[in-house]
Design a protein around this ligand. Structure first.
Ligand SMILES: [Zn+2]
Length: 326
């Protein structure tokens, strides 16, 4: 957590935090209004969690156009209603891209790498290098990159968008072995996995599969001191989330277990069409969210509006995400 700055916005967050802290059952969905501010101007936010220095780095945003079927079991009208209920505009579905940086025991670690400015993610993405510079993080000093899963918006930042040359050649890149194995199957190219995944398997074969600094790790292993992988299959076949421990505090970096909390935390049964196995994704979401609540862990998501770190609590049939003050 961090210093409490008194501002109107923080007072809103503080009230929401109080509901969470005291286990009140009253709906705290109104806290979403505080999130409507969107990306911070400077492109990053820093937090201290235990001894960890955590930085949320903006890689930009995609503004998804509403269409029936984007959420399989919710209509566009319901989706718009959930956005409005959280104080957000209903003009589009915001899909921010956030890369996390963690300094732990002197080692600078990135979790995922953003879109790499690949055109399918739109003109407002590809800002990672700019955000790292603004945050004072030198890409050359990144020692380790933990990859949650192999979708383009998490790995294309590892490679030049034209030549595939490595952006972080000095870093060790740890990928989930199950996920890499799945994308290396011969039949994957022929599957229809949606427009953002066209050519993805071929690009993985041309890059991560051949790079010498890639280390596949299977299962729920300890990847670094105090950093464990936790299975989170569903959104992709071998997605892993990352649990960090420091000074008695836990931080769960959940990648794409849930897209926007206003939609998928509030309505955890909603099945996103971007989830490769939506039913398993729903099970995973509930398991990871229940774990975060039971363990009083801080939680963060790749596609959550900044501040994308906070706490979860039960809220009716779903969950409410309360961002921390940065
Ligand atoms: Zn993603």
């Amino acid at each position: 957590m961090s210093v409490f700055h008194v501002s109107r916005r923080d007072l809103v967050l503080s009230a929401a935090g109080a509901y969470a802290a005291f286990g009140l059952t009253k709906s705290i969905a109104f806290i979403g209004a505080a999130q409507a501010q969107g990306l911070p101007d400077q492109g990053f936010l820093k937090y201290k969690i235990g001894d960890l220095e955590v930085t949320s780095l903006s890689d930009g945003i995609s503004e998804a156009v509403h269409r029936e079927g984007w959420i399989r079991n919710a209509t566009v009208a319901q989706t718009k209603g959930a956005l409005r209920a959280a104080g957000l505009s209903d003009a589009f579905v915001p899909v921010p891209f956030t890369v996390m940086a963690v300094r732990t025991r002197g080692r600078l670690v990135l979790i995922d790498s953003g879109t790499g400015g690949f055109p399918i993610y739109g003109p407002k993405a590809g800002l990672l290098a700019k955000s790292m510079a603004a945050a004072g993080l030198d890409p050359k000093t990144v020692k380790t990159i933990l990859v949650s899963h192999l979708h383009g918006d998490h790995i294309y930042g590892l490679m030049d968008k034209d030549t595939n040359a490595q952006i972080f050649p000095e870093a060790e890149i740890i990928v989930p072995a199950e996920e890499l194995k799945w994308w290396m199957q011969p039949g994957v190219d022929a599957l229809d996995l949606g427009p953002t995944r066209v050519g993805l398997a071929a690009r993985i074969r041309a890059t991560l599969a051949t790079w010498k600094n890639v280390r596949p790790v299977a299962g729920e292993a300890e990847l670094l001191p105090d950093v464990h992988a936790i299975k989170a299959y569903g959104h992709s076949p071998g997605q892993m989330t990352h649990l960090l421990n420091s000074g008695g505090k836990q931080l769960l970096l959940t990648a794409d277990v849930s897209l926007l909390p206003a939609l998928f935390a509030k309505h955890p049964d909603w099945q996103g069409s971007l989830d490769q196995d939506p039913a398993i994704a729903v099970e995973t979401r509930k398991r990871i969210f229940e774990r975060a609540i039971a363990d009083k862990a801080m939680i963060a998501g790749t596609h959550w509006i900044m501040p994308n770190i906070g706490t979860l609590s039960k809220d009716g049939n779903g969950y409410a995400f309360v961002p921390i003050t940065a």
